[in-house]
Design a protein around this ligand. Structure first.
Ligand code: G4P
Length: 540
């Protein structure tokens, strides 16, 4: 790794070499907090997209953004462009996009299993919002390190100290400011970098130009600070910095990497403040590829044999070809194009001859890839979410579950002659995680299970658009479902025999109990104490 331009004191030195230099992360945010704008600016600062002249820049940047949106709209909101690979100052970043809608979706959860850290974006006026919290809880399940970015400081905001208090008290996370805003709203002048002592101040504003940023390397000791900032703001900044020095702990990389502490960057993605600092923070502090949990052991990224798991499958990325791309997170080894990997579930070898790396606007064939990288593997439905690919050992990565659906609906076909077609379409979409499908043991209709109501619209739209199937959804007599297993095979058989009317099979043939309501579920759970009811199911 080449020396970063601004080495941050305290950053670990050991993260070098192709594995150590990789940072695989996602951005989590409540809708509208600025995830898209920040993504765009990270790609811009990382040199992955380029803006030509300043005036053109606005149009150009708008186009870059609408590309994302267009793809999101085409694919339905639960699907996304997924992965961006870019380099910056010797680091290789893999940014995974988490679908940005209000429903919690399995797709989001699975994406978060494939990253090593996350950036949490907050709107400075709103602080922690419902979706921020839900997504944060998911990252906490894996003790994921979080960097916080407080966006929109150029608008009227909450007091920065109050925001830090809110983050620490609502999320039980130690906060350490990484930079500090100078003013807010109309009076926003820039940020003071607490790690390097640099002061970044807004220069001339011209509505056709990207805002100018003046950097004072010597920070408050630079005589120009007094020329560029009103005396009252400069005095307030000095006072705030003193308060921070006594009121907050020193930043501790280990505590951050264990998920106990978050560095907080203030800024505005729109006006480019805080973005470069955030990227450097990610490079200096965010963990390189972490060990991944597999059955029986942890797999270290430095192990020689290549391993990885599929966390997402996207069908119909190109409408003209019914192709599917499986997204593989590499966990160990040095992957080379043309390699033969074993699909552990089936025991069959797969020659990976056309692996794809995803760049901001492009895809390219990947000749090689390292742990932390995401490669797309085109296939015809062989690869499934949760699959482990391995060069030699019969490994199984864990932690990519199905979630018990909260909404169950019967699917009614406009044209009953198309039943087979519907089955195939539902299987495709189930594979992508758009829906789950259940086949009741009695009755002919498919039942779809969803985790949030928005997914129903996405499902209907995609069935119509991509499969030419008009469907309606009807209330199913069930409200919730649980995967079941028995203390012994005999216990399970007895339960299945006596409850045939409320048993369905999931896509893999695993039995599911469907309950009319929560009361019934709890009644049955008590009555059948040798049966286990599971709200999640590890994929096999
Ligand atoms: P999302 O992906 O998290 O949903 O948010 P997105 O980036 O789309 O931003 C939501 C809105 O907030 C957009 O405005 C965007 O321009 C604005 N925004 C993002 N970052 C900042 C910031 O730092 N400062 C200010 N003042 N605004 C910011 P919009 O009106 O919905 O869209 P547009 O017409 O501006 O494109």
């Amino acid at each position: 790794m080449s020396e970063p331009a601004v080495a941050i004191p305290g950053a670990p030195e050991s993260d070098s070499g192709p594995i150590g230099a990789r940072r695989t992360f996602a951005i989590i945010a409540h809708p509208d907090a600025g995830k898209t704008t920040l993504t765009e600016k990270l790609l811009l600062f990382g040199g992955a997209i380029h803006l030509a002249g300043a005036v053109k820049a606005r149009g150009e940047s708008r186009r870059a953004r609408s590309d994302w949106l267009k793809i999101e709209q085409q694919r339905g909101i639960s699907v996304s462009t997924s992965v961006m690979n870019f380099e910056y100052q010797g680091w290789t970043f893999n940014l995974l996009d988490t679908p940005g809608h209000e429903d919690f979706s399995e797709d989001t959860y699975r994406t978060l299993t494939a990253v090593d850290s996350a950036v949490m974006v907050l709107d400075a006026a709103k602080g922690i919002e419902t979706q921020t919290r839900k997504l944060f809880e998911v990252t906490r399940l894996r003790d994921m390190p979080i960097i916080t970015f407080v966006n929109k400081m150029d608008r009227e905001s909450q007091d920065p100290f109050a925001l830090l208090d809110e983050v620490s008290s609502t999320l039980a996370l130690d906060c350490v400011p990484a930079n500090w805003p100078v003013g807010m709203g109309h009076d926003f002048k820039g940020c003071y970098d607490l790690f390097t002592g640099r002061l970044l101040i807004t220069g001339k504003e011209n509505k056709n130009l990207e805002p100018e940023v003046i950097i004072l390397e010597k920070g408050l000791d630079d005589p120009r600070a007094a020329e560029l900032l009103p005396a009252a703001q400069l005095a307030k900044l000095r006072e705030d910095i003193e308060l921070i020095q006594v009121g907050y702990p020193e930043f501790d990389t280990e505590a951050y990497r264990q998920g106990h502490m978050t560095p907080v960057y203030f800024g505005t993605a729109l006006k480019n403040f805080g973005v470069d600092e955030l990227l450097k923070g990610l490079g200096n502090f965010a963990p390189p590829p972490r060990p991944q949990p597999a059955e029986g052991r942890m797999v270290l990224p430095t192990e020689k044999p290549v391993t990885g798991f599929v966390f997402k499958v996207q069908a119909n990325m190109d409408k003209n070809h019914r192709d599917r791309v499986a997204f593989l997170r590499l966990c160990s080894g040095h992957f080379k194009r043309g390699m033969k990997l074993k699909q552990v579930r089936s025991g069959k070898p797969i020659t990976v001859s056309n692996p794809t790396l995803f760049f901001a606007r492009d895809r390219a064939l990947a000749d090689e890839a390292w742990p932390g990288d995401i490669i797309g593997i085109p296939n015809h439905g062989t690869l499934r979410v949760g699959d482990t690919l391995s060069e030699s050992e019969d490994l199984r990565f864990t932690g990519i579950p199905n979630f018990a659906p909260e909404i169950l609906r019967r699917v009614r076909l406009g044209d009953p002659m198309k039943a087979k077609h519907l089955q195939r379409a539902l299987e495709d979409l189930a594979e992508e995680g758009v829906t789950q499908v259940f086949r009741p043991r009695i009755g002919a209709d498919w039942i779809v299970g969803l985790v949030g109501p928005l997914q129903l619209d996405v499902l209907a739209a995609r069935l119509a658009e991509e499969y030419n199937l008009e469907v309606g959804f009807e209330q199913a007599p069930y409200e919730t479902a649980r995967w079941i297993s028995g203390a012994t095979a005999k216990d399970l058989d007895e339960f299945l025999a006596q409850n045939r009317g409320t048993i369905a099979d999931d896509r893999d043939g695993a039995p599911v109990f469907m309950a009319r309501n929560a009361w019934e579920l709890s009644y049955i759970e008590k009555k059948w104490d040798r049966i286990h009811f599971h709200a999640t199911r590890e994929r096999s």
